[in-house]
Design a protein around this ligand. Structure first.
Ligand SMILES: [Zn+2]
Length: 1001
């Protein structure tokens, strides 16, 4: 037989494109249009309904960036269309089919009831009666990444300009020719399947010839009249069942909507309304449809602003078609949120879904966050989660992750059943290529038979479409294709776990070999988050202490609200620094307000405890004693002993008997002598706190990525404008160093305090560089095989060598409040109060000694998507702690982030800490009153050293019962008994997190 395959394939493609697709709508008449252009930001519906509308026509240019235009569309369905499927069809001027940065609209009826969204790939509104009246709230969202990662002014209302972005294409009443529509879907599904089948397979040729026969009977001049005949020729190939060994794909309807990214938060809210309206409409038409919606925050917005849509969601949840998933407040970044914040993401997310829908979420749903902390398995399990889903690790640039279904083991040994959809997308469409890729890619073939595929257009693309569900129907049981079943994620995970109970184990963090600059970009947003987390801890501790000891009214509602604001900003494009200028400007302003409100709560609570007067009281929020003030407790300043030997300052050498720090004429640390250990901390011939400037121009993804080649261009900032002693002891010695380079300035104050080996470096940067990164380097005379970095409720080790491609790819690492490098018997910690990005490398010197260099990534200057990212002023403090053990690193991290507060108070009795623990292995991470307002005190503790801890909990109030709870403060069935002295003995395994609920007498 002659081989004409290519010719037939080309014929199919042209027919689809030029004859069949245009025939899907059989007849069209234009709708009558009138428009009102909102002068400023979006307005409430009532205001729009009451506005004055002007005539508007197809072809009109509309929409300055970020503006809103309301469109009224009216018309009458012609009598001859009676009994046919009529739709209103709109093209707002869509550009291509990219769903994110585009024009979009929410369609209401004339009474203001929201009906459905309009997006590039979802342009219809069903018409039910003869008279049509619709209101469109059209958003002129600009396409920020239209030109790739080039700087654009469009991401900020102040610089976006007034030039209209779109040309309105059409608004029509149209008849949907269902037979042609189905023909198109039949052809597409078979054409795409055929393309994935091997040339040698008979099935491929059977499909080809069936398609050819269908086209042979299709009249190009009467597609509508011959579509049925054409479909008849496809029935047999569509009915042929899947192979016995066919892979099964569990399709889960989804719409990944970034809570802010290339648009501001206010636009996310409208994206939610549009997409959620689409989903509930689709659920009515397709009974088998199941949609998984994460991010409680987005539901909360819709509940408040579009209650009609929220009611429909409630109905769909009841009917099993809408499944709240993830159990988090937002899809947070997977590395940067602190332990307590990550716990609260799950607490507030799960609680919202339980209270609103009676649903207990069973899995973590984080398809898009940029790597995942090794603390996750335990935190998730303690929130009652059984499974974990992401696909982002498929974006690795270097190493291919070996599993798709596996047990993920965290730092404490807890395991959680985990799945990466092998389709490598969270915006599935059931395209043939996507399904075939999933099958080819699935790593557990031979042991497992199934995978999950989230399908639906994200980011304002409107979610799943009816075409996707039609495809799923055709793919249920089709020869040559994987089987497709649409089902809730819990059903998939139950089936996957049943067939793979002994799946492989991956231990430790899920490091994303990409997007490593998200530990550093938009440093002010990151500093705002860290400070918020610290202030929330302080506010809860002192409010709880004051409530128990001074009758203070615990601010439940305020803390609940403030937590949720902070949790929202941990979304995986806000905290990582990958959003437009608008988002980050707003985030900085929001953090300032949050900090002010938390300071008010703290002031009220500490005043309630200290009383009024002029006596200075010291409040120590850190869990360990600081300068003789008990952890989580307070003291009167005048009763405190002297902190230790005084600091002496000679020239620019600072000495407190524990360390001697020599600052040279360049303002660098020329020597750091540990006087207790009797050794020099810095490597021979090196200087510490060396600021290093690198060119930082990644191949793509500017705000997200730092590429390994950045290291090869470096300028050491060795010139100081001035080096000045600013404090001469006895309590503190300090030297200020000023440097300028380019248009930027850095002022650093190096401080040594009496009684502490810690060398604090308070840093102010006025930053005006472009596409550069600034690092602070400490070359240490330490032989460290690995670094330890604080993560949520513990720490993680990473090698300092680059033996394998996996080690080499981790050239930039994230950490929370401290990083530590050491050799047996000696270690050094570096604590920080606002920095997350670090790197640790090592070199061998001529004397065969090892120099381990730890660096902090202080600030970057990417230009996309925010061309002004990180420009301007920054403040941060870091501290070098010579001779530090891991326990002392933990201390240093707390001390720097939770500095003691001095408050004017009275002469009354000083209360004991509300709760405390013996020893240094177990730490208290949170103290609060129970969220149920019962008055119970909730304490979250963890083992911080990676070993076993035997400790005692002591409370300064009478306890009747101590209950072990999950993160949501729900009892887990275990109670702890107090000894005769009232203390409660506690045993913790390595890195165990334990939540205790203390009932007060
Ligand atoms: Zn995302």
């Amino acid at each position: 037989m002659h081989d004409d395959r290519k010719l037939v394939e080309e014929r199919i493609d042209r027919m689809l494109r030029e004859r069949i697709a245009p025939a899907v709508y059989a007849a069209r008449i234009p709708l009558e249009l009138a428009a009102w252009h909102v002068p400023g930001e979006p307005v409430p519906l009532e205001e729009a309904l009451a506005a004055t509308y002007e005539p508007f026509a197809a072809g009109t240019r509309w929409g300055r960036p970020w503006s809103t235009t309301w469109l009224r569309a009216t018309g009458t369905v012609p009598g001859e269309w009676l009994g046919r499927r009529v739709e209103a069809v709109f093209d707002l001027g869509f550009v291509g089919d990219w769903p994110g940065g585009q024009a979009e609209a929410l369609v209401y009826d004339l009474s203001g009831d929201p009906i459905k969204g309009l997006e590039p790939q979802n342009q219809y509104v069903p018409v039910t009666g003869p008279q049509v009246g619709l209101m469109l709230e059209m958003a002129a969202n600009p396409d920020i990444l239209a030109d790739g990662f080039l700087p654009t002014p469009l991401g900020d209302l102040a610089t976006a300009g007034d030039e209209p972005l779109y040309r309105f294409a059409h608004a029509d009443l149209a008849v949907l020719d269902e037979e042609v529509w189905h023909l198109r879907l039949d052809l597409e599904v078979l054409r795409e399947l055929m393309a994935e089948l091997p040339q040698a397979e008979p099935r491929r040729h059977e499909i080809l010839r069936a398609l050819e026969r269908a086209l042979d009977v299709l009249d190009i001049h009467d597609v509508s009249g011959t579509a049925s005949q054409a479909r008849a020729h496809l029935a047999a190939v569509l009915a042929s069942p899947a192979h016995a060994s066919a892979h099964t794909i569990s399709g889960v309807g989804h719409a990944h909507i970034d809570s802010a990214w290339l648009w501001p938060i206010r636009e996310t809210q409208r994206k939610n309304a549009r997409t959620f309206a689409n989903v509930t409409a689709l659920a009515r038409d397709y009974p088998e449809f199941v949609f998984a919606g994460p991010q409680a925050q987005q539901y909360a917005w819709v509940k408040q602003r579009w209650p009609e849509i929220f009611d429909r969601i409630r109905e769909a949840v009841k009917g099993g078609q809408w499944v709240p998933v993830g159990g988090m407040w937002v899809e947070a970044d997977g590395n940067l949120p602190g332990g307590e914040a990550l716990a609260r993401q799950l607490v507030h997310g799960k609680r919202f879904f339980a209270e609103e829908f009676g649903v207990e979420c069973r899995g973590v749903w984080l398809p898009d966050s940029f790597g995942y902390t090794a603390a996750y398995p335990q935190i998730a399990r303690l929130a009652g989660m059984d499974w974990f889903l992401t696909q982002k690790i498929s974006w690795n640039q270097t190493n291919k992750f070996p599993h798709h279904t596996f047990w993920w083991e965290g730092i404490d040994g807890t395991r959680i059943f985990t799945h990466f959809p092998p389709a490598d997308t969270y915006n599935g469409t059931f395209a043939g290529s996507e399904l075939a890729h999933a099958v080819r890619n699935y790593a557990e073939k031979g042991a497992g038979t199934r995978s999950l595929l989230p399908f639906g257009h994200g980011d304002g693309g409107g979610g799943p479409t009816r075409e996707m569900l039609e495809r799923a129907r055709r793919l249920r049981d089709l020869e040559g294709s994987p089987r497709v079943v649409v089902q809730p994620p819990d059903a998939f995970f139950a089936a996957a776990r049943e067939e793979l109970p002994d799946a492989a184990v991956w231990s430790g963090e899920l490091y994303l070999e990409l997007h490593r600059a998200t530990y550093t970009s938009q440093a002010r947003t990151k500093a705002g988050n860290r400070r918020s987390e610290s202030l929330l801890r302080e506010a809860e501790l002192w409010a709880a202490t004051a409530a128990v000891h001074a009758g203070f009214a615990y601010p439940y509602d305020e803390l609940d609200r403030l937590w949720k604001v902070v949790l929202l900003h941990q979304f995986h494009d806000i905290l990582p620094g990958s959003s437009i200028a608008w988002v980050h400007k707003e985030a900085e302003a929001t953090y300032a307000r949050v900090h002010a409100e938390l300071e008010e709560i703290i002031t009220a609570a500490t005043t309630a405890l200290a009383g009024t007067g002029t006596t200075p009281w010291v409040f120590n929020t850190a869990p360990q004693p600081v300068e003789s003030v008990p952890g989580g407790g307070m003291a009167r300043l005048e009763t405190l002993p002297e902190p230790g030997a005084p600091v002496t300052v000679e020239g620019t050498t600072l000495d407190n008997g524990l360390v001697r720090v020599v600052i040279d004429g360049d303002g660098l640390l020329a020597s750091v002598r540990d006087l207790v250990a009797g050794r020099e901390v810095l490597a021979p011939g090196t200087r510490g706190n060396l600021l290093q400037l690198h060119a930082d121009f990644p191949n793509q993804w500017d705000a997200w990525d730092i590429d390994a080649h950045y290291r090869r261009q470096r300028t050491d900032l060795t010139h100081a404008d001035s080096v000045t002693v600013v404090s001469r002891g006895p309590l503190a010695g300090a030297v200020r160093v000023e440097r300028s380079f380019g248009a930027s300035r850095v002022t650093q104050t190096v401080t040594v305090r009496a009684g502490s080996p810690s060398i604090e470096i308070a840093t102010e940067i006025d930053w005006h560089e472009r596409q550069k990164i600034l690092k602070a380097a400490f070359p240490l005379d330490v032989h460290a095989d690995r670094s330890a970095a604080e993560i949520q409720y513990g720490h993680v080790h990473r090698p300092t060598h680059t033996n394998t491609s996996w080690d080499a790819a981790r050239f930039e690492i994230s950490c929370h409040r401290w990083i530590h490098v050491g050799e047996p018997g000696y270690g050094v910690a570096i604590a920080n109060d606002a920095t997350y990005g670090h790197d640790v490398t090592r070199t061998t010197r001529q004397d065969c000694g090892t120099t381990t260099t730890a660096r902090l990534s202080l600030v970057r200057a990417p230009q996309s998507p925010d061309p002004e990212a990180d420009q301007g002023r920054h403040r941060m403090t870091y501290a070098l702690v010579p001779g530090a053990s891991i326990a002392e690193a933990v201390d240093a991290g707390y001390a720097l982030n939770l500095p003691a507060r001095v408050v004017s108070g009275g002469a009354g009795p000083v209360p004991e800490p509300l709760v405390s623990l013996d020893g240094r292995a177990a730490r208290i991470e949170a103290v609060k009153l129970a969220d149920d307002a019962s008055g119970d005190v909730v304490v979250r503790v963890y083992e911080s050293l990676g070993g076993r801890a035997a400790t005692r909990l002591r409370a300064s109030f009478p306890i009747t019962e101590v209950t072990v709870t999950d993160l949501l403060e729900r009892p887990l069935g275990e109670t702890l008994a107090a000894d005769a002295d009232g203390s409660v003995p506690i045993g913790l395994r390595p890195f165990q997190i334990l939540t205790l609920r203390l009932r007060r007498r």
